[in-house]
Design a binder for this molecule. Structure first.
Ligand SMILES: [Zn+2]
Length: 149
């Protein structure tokens, strides 16, 4: 099995949940799975490979819960998901570095002029990630904003 990059794992589907599930639902799903895959719950007659698979699942389920039960990491992950979705829906037309954008003190956001005359706007809060995808407020173009180190 190819080792999956942690970023590519869909933590919601690991829990059999969906992004719209509340914390309570996530907790219930997590608790059910964790009981099912907990190393202590595996029968002695279980084949080693099967036990390994279950342990792997247990680790994933545990990791998914850690990420999704924490407000901070869940928000980060949701943003990541959203960026991925945007990427799939709208191909990125250009890459812009944050330095090239204009800072608006009034709205606490960065803006960048689109060639249609509209603007790309991203709030300071949303720009905590390495990169973000923003759509024009007027047309369907989108840009990827990169934070320069
Ligand atoms: Zn535009």
């Amino acid at each position: 099995m190819a080792k999956q990059d942690a970023r590519q794992i869909d933590w919601y589907s690991v829990l059999g949940a969906s992004p719209t599930d509340g914390l309570q639902e996530l907790r219930q799903k997590y608790q059910k799975l964790v009981l099912l895959y907990h190393p202590d719950k595996q029968g002695l007659d279980m084949a080693t490979r099967e036990a390994d698979r279950h342990l792997q699942r247990f680790i994933e389920v545990d990791q998914a819960w850690k990420i999704l039960s924490n407000e901070e990491t869940k928000r980060e992950y949701d943003l990541q998901l959203r960026a991925q979705e945007l990427k799939q829906d709208w191909p990125v037309d250009a890459q812009v570095s944050l330095e090239d954008m204009d800072w608006d003190d009034g709205t606490q956001s960065y803006t960048y002029g689109c060639r249609c005359g509209g603007e790309f706007i991203i709030g300071k809060e949303e720009m905590e990630e390495e990169a973000a995808i923003v759509c024009c407020d007027t047309c369907s173009l989108s840009i990827e904003i990169k934070r320069t180190a």
